[in-house]
Design a protein around this ligand. Sequence first.
Ligand SMILES: [Zn+2]
Length: 115
Amino acid sequence: MAEWYVKEKGKTVGPITNAQLAERVRSGAVTPETPVSKGNSRWVRAGAVDGLFKEEGPSFHYVCPYCGHAVNPPPTRCDGCNRSLSSAFEKKTLSSAPGSAGNQKRGLFGWMRKR
Ligand SMILES: [Zn+2]
């Protein structure tokens, strides 16, 4: 059973469970720069802990319109279906409102139908 300690604003908080630590990451209380310690091990940056910030990253990411595979910012080649994605894809994708996955999805699908 993993027990974690975190240093928040100079105060040591813990022991807390994996789930509680993940919740603090989600809430923003723990950042990649926050010192954390698992059990009695040494303090490390939370960003160095495997998996802790895996779901973090750019709030906007690109998805292949053909197969749904996550891709690098275009122009690039999709690892999933091996199609090249043009900068036209980038322009269309960026024009949709960020922060709303639903809008992004509709924008992508609309673009697919047009093609
Ligand atoms: Zn693809």
